[in-house]
Design a protein around this ligand. Sequence first.
Ligand SMILES: [Zn+2]
Length: 218
Amino acid sequence: MSELATVELPPRDDEDATARVQLTRHFWLHEFSVSAGHPHLATGVPEAVVPAVRRLAEGVLQPWRNVIGAIRLTSGFRSAALNRAVRGSETSQHRRGEAADCRPLDVALAEAWAALWALGRAGQLDAGQVIYYPADGFIHVATPSPRYGAFTPCVRWPASFTGYPVCETWAEFQRLSHVRLAEPVLITATDPASDPGAAAAALSDVGTSAGVPTSDTA
Ligand SMILES: [Zn+2]
């Protein structure tokens, strides 16, 4: 059809400068500009927000990904327009590039949560509030905020259940989520007391030593 040959295509998304920015081994800046329901409102990540996004990728997403394998971000940075479209809270950390909603691709949601729990409890994440959304099938992760200065696991059921109750213990998480997995623990290859140097090395490579199921062997 010769008419089609004269149609001028809009610029491709991947010509956006942010598409070329690699934040960590497995995360790229453009992944934080995403919306399945409102793709036209996912228009990139502003320069001012990039340091926050980088902190999230380095301090939470990559260490977690090292354990559970591939993660798809379903929401990252939200502009005011996108946040309104998804009915996000005005104070949402997504507005500042400090939060991401994640679907694990290689393990079940509960297994991904167990890994996040083990890493967070072991002090291996630069995380604040993290939220398990069993009904929606994703996990919200965020860096520390004034309200949640340290790792704080919460559970969110559908809107008919109010609030985001904090899980102080794994038993509390099990009760709120109906997940029956045993509490995960980080298993290090060496005894920290007997060999501090080797222990430090093991802790820097938790992706191969966490006591949770994972199919990521790469
Ligand atoms: Zn979120």
